[in-house]
Ligand binder design. Structure first.
Ligand code: AMP
Length: 114
């Protein structure tokens, strides 16, 4: 089992504002939103990061991206544009070591990120 804060959310040990869930993934509001809409999409499987995913996870990774797009659609983001990003490792800005995709939108987003 994952021993991260997201593992605790998956096990129902701490609360989260869920916006989506299925057999393989859940999505919930980020506790420190960086945009008007900031949702995290995570697999139930405790993969540390994209760098730790294996060939056997290809279908799951595709599913997670589809969930990102569906969450964005449900939040009304496609018209104004939005961003999906995953941070990898401390140097990449990762602070929770359970794979997650950030879905950010609702404001104009700058590029490149810091
Ligand atoms: P990262 O820095 O890419 O690993 O992203 C981790 C994200 O998890 C950050 O945006 C945090 O604000 C968010 N986060 C941390 N703890 C919680 C929590 N309990 N519920 C929701 N989001 C959280």
């Amino acid at each position: 089992m994952s021993d991260t804060i997201f593992g605790k959310i998956l096990r129902g040990e701490i609360p989260a504002d869920l916006v989506y869930e299925d057999e393989h993934a859940i999505a919930f509001l980020d506790i420190q939103p960086q945009a008007p809409v900031h949702v995290l999409v995570i697999p139930r499987k405790p993969i540390v990061s994209l760098a730790d995913a294996q060939d056997e996870d290809r279908e799951l990774l595709g599913h997670l991206l589809r969930v990102c797009a569906q969450v964005a659609e449900a939040e009304g983001l496609p018209e104004g544009g939005y961003r999906v990003v995953t941070n990898i490792g401390e140097g990449g800005g990762q602070s929770v070591f359970h794979l997650h995709f950030h879905v950010l939108g609702g404001r104009a987003l700058q590029w490149p990120p810091g």
